[in-house]
Design a protein around this ligand. Sequence first.
Ligand code: PMM
Length: 259
Amino acid sequence: MGVVNTTPDSFSDGGQFHGVDAAIGHGLDLIAQGAAIIDVGGESTRPGADRVASEEERRRVLPVVSGLANCGVVVSIDTMSAATAEAAVDAGARLINDVSGGMADPDMLRCVAAADVDYVVMHWRAQSRVMQARAVYTDVVEDVMGELLQRRDAAVAAGVDPARIILDPGIGFSKLGEHNWTLLRALGRFNALGHRVLVGVSRKKFLGDLVGGRPPAERDPATAAVSAWCASHGIWGVRTHEVRSQLDAIAVGSQLPLG
Ligand code: PMM
């Protein structure tokens, strides 16, 4: 899953692809490099980020979603807003990637059930502005799996087809560095929950911290090491800003299956 952020303030590529033509061009470039899905987002979720008004979010993402969908691209919409998700599906999106797992907008699960598209349920505890204060766990793997399954159950109760649900441990969301590593070590347990699993570590701070404080644009090799680890576990997808070396890493990891 290649990432196209249409935000001026994302930590990893903020501002670079702001503007419809640049964003569509970047999405097509990632497809040419081998991405299977393009995830389009209009609201930054970096720790401390402010919320974006739902209308502004739609103004940013909808032309990019329809532009890519019209080119035959499988588009995912990265949003916590039901209104944006609904409009994006109308514009051709085939997957809703809701980092809040339906917690941010009470209308989201109903919207997903009606849209009948794939739905990423990510582990999330609070809005970006305050989320790192909520990084407190008894047992991070048990706690994250338990909370994720509660959100899965809420989605199914709202009418979402279980086969449509993709689980994501939410690396970096209300998690400290060591929480992220512990969750990644336990990927096999997430993969055994009976759903496809998506993992998003691309260029995140805990990777930069591990490799001497490198800035986001220099974190792709570290990201690729995690992509290989994901592939070794048979993980369904990785969400990534850079595609070419991630696909190489996935090819290698797929040859080295664990267990
Ligand atoms: N991470 C970000 C945004 N959206 N969606 C999913 N499903 N999983 C993630 O880990 C995730 C996400 C933050 O990264 P960005 O600001 O670089 O897009």
